[in-house]
Design a protein around this ligand. Structure first.
Ligand code: NAD
Length: 286
């Protein structure tokens, strides 16, 4: 396929590279020159701008930081895309923005899907991302082979915006678990109990989780190299809180987790891994 790829950052760079590896013609654009050059060196093509990346493409992917960037780029994708174009926005943004993008795309004959991902930079490099897709099923089926070169768990979760809602749910659960693991560490240490032994037990019981499995040792050692940055999780908690408001539901724990993440950022930890929520809980207790 001829694929246009816009946003070649931490996630988009390796994703575009995997599409090249899978045999697609990938024309990439980013507002920074360096990632475009990296893609070209790997066998991709350098586009001069969004219209150049989109023109003649069968499928376009955007992987941008947040809703404002998608709001800026999506109208250009729709304006310059051929009728029937598949447009996948894989950024994590507000569900409402994805629904609007899909409506405006449909009016121009472009088939838009929201397809945010989970799995981090490692998952992007290894093509093992989890991808949650919202939009028309027919468009999902058409995009599925390409998504298969990016991830291993690929699920159509509902209509436009549903992918982003699932991603918001994912992020509130991840943030909540980090917050509670942090509180468990603070309790164990303050009580004179070895946190390594304590969390080993938790990890093997009903409280076990991927986060306990993968992160308990680095948290206890206070190693907070990202990973996924507090700044991005702050953005995602904002999306979760806004999505709850839009859906007319109260999510009190989500609200508290959002405040803990905001505190981590306010304390200057925005560029640390999100497991640095432990620093906030510690600060409440010293
Ligand atoms: P990033 O900041 O590394 O990459 C974004 C890229 O978009 C940058 O290279 C930037 O130059 C480019 N860009 C910004 N505005 C642009 C514009 N108007 N036109 C063209 N290019 C533009 O971010 P990332 O870590 O790759 O994350 C991308 C998205 O994926 C975010 O929504 C993030 O929340 C989500 N996500 C990230 C991770 C992760 O672990 N990093 C995991 C899952 C989901």
């Amino acid at each position: 396929m001829k694929i246009g790829f816009i946003g070649l950052g931490i996630m988009g760079g390796p994703m575009a590279a995997n599409l090249v590896k899978a045999g697609h013609t990938v024309r990439g654009h980013d507002m920074s020159a360096a990632p475009v050059e990296r893609l070209a060196a790997l066998g991709g093509e350098a586009a001069a701008g969004v219209p150049d990346a989109v023109g003649g493409a069968d499928l376009v992917i955007t992987m941008l930081p947040d809703s404002p960037q998608v709001e800026e780029v999506a109208p250009l994708v729709v304006a310059h895309g051929r009728p029937g174009l598949l447009y996948l926005d894989m950024s994590t943004i507000r569900p409402e923005t994805s629904r609007r993008v899909a409506r405006e795309a449909a009016a121009a004959g472009v088939r838009a899907l929201d397809a945010p991902v989970s799995g981090g930079e490692r998952g992007a490099i290894d093509a093992t991302l989890s991808i949650m897709v919202g939009g028309e099923r027919e468009a999902f089926e058409a995009a599925r082979p390409v998504l298969g070169s990016l991830g291993t768990t690929i699920v159509h979760v509902g209509p436009a915006g549903a992918g982003q809602t699932v991603k918001a749910a994912n992020q509130l659960v991840v943030g909540g678990i980090y917050g509670l693991v942090a509180e468990a560490i603070v309790l164990l240490e303050a009580s004179g109990v070895d946190p390594v032994a304590g969390l080993d037990v938790l990890a093997g019981g009903l409280a076990g989780s991927r986060i306990l499995e993968l992160k308990r040792h680095t948290m206890i050692r206070r190693e907070f190299t990202p990973g996924f940055r507090i700044d991005l999780h702050h953005k995602d908690m904002g999306i979760a809180v806004a999505a709850a408001r839009e859906a007319g539901v109260a999510l009190p724990l989500t609200g508290q987790v959002a405040q803990l993440v905001a505190a981590a950022r306010a304390q200057g930890h925005g560029s640390l891994d999100h497991s640095a929520l432990l620093k906030v809980v510690e600060r409440l207790n010293t």
